[in-house]
Design a protein. Structure first.
Length: 140
């Protein structure tokens, strides 16, 4: 399941507060921040069979390619790739349930992507599936 959790922004003479009040973080075990070295790098493909993740743009914007994995032993190369664009202007959290592979590309200098996971790092070696960047032929 691909889902968006909408947020908002409150502004006054002191500045602003960005928020996503409907994001229930009770399942979150850890987080990390992705900052690509430049705008040409595409970080991916990495998939998780049991881990779900939530994504929030801290700064800038990203293109995120998403593939639902059909076979964990040998994923089909022609699976549909969905491309999403996320920006700080949207104030939303992207939620991906377990079972997806992702690839990320920064669209602006110094873009940062905050990623939340519902499993601790000790689980990572058991739920980490990687594919070459050209594996899924429908990537745009």
């Amino acid at each position: 399941m691909i889902d968006f959790i909408k947020g908002g922004i409150a502004k006054d003479d002191r500045g602003q507060i960005r928020f996503v009040n409907d994001f229930d973080i009770s399942l979150v075990k850890r987080f990390y921040i992705i900052k690509n070295v430049d705008l040409t790098l595409v970080r991916g493909w990495r998939a998780h069979r049991i881990e779900q993740r939530w994504f929030y743009i801290l700064s800038g914007s990203f293109a995120i390619d998403i593939v639902r994995i059909d076979d964990w032993e040998t994923a089909s190369t022609d699976l549909p790739v969905e491309r999403l664009f996320l920006s700080t202007n949207e104030n939303q959290v992207l939620h991906l349930s377990a079972g997806y592979a992702t690839a990320f590309q920064s669209l602006e200098e110094n873009s940062e992507l905050l990623v939340f996971s519902d499993f601790g790092i000790e689980n990572a070696p058991y739920d980490d599936y990687t594919y070459p960047l050209d594996y899924f032929i429908n990537r745009k």
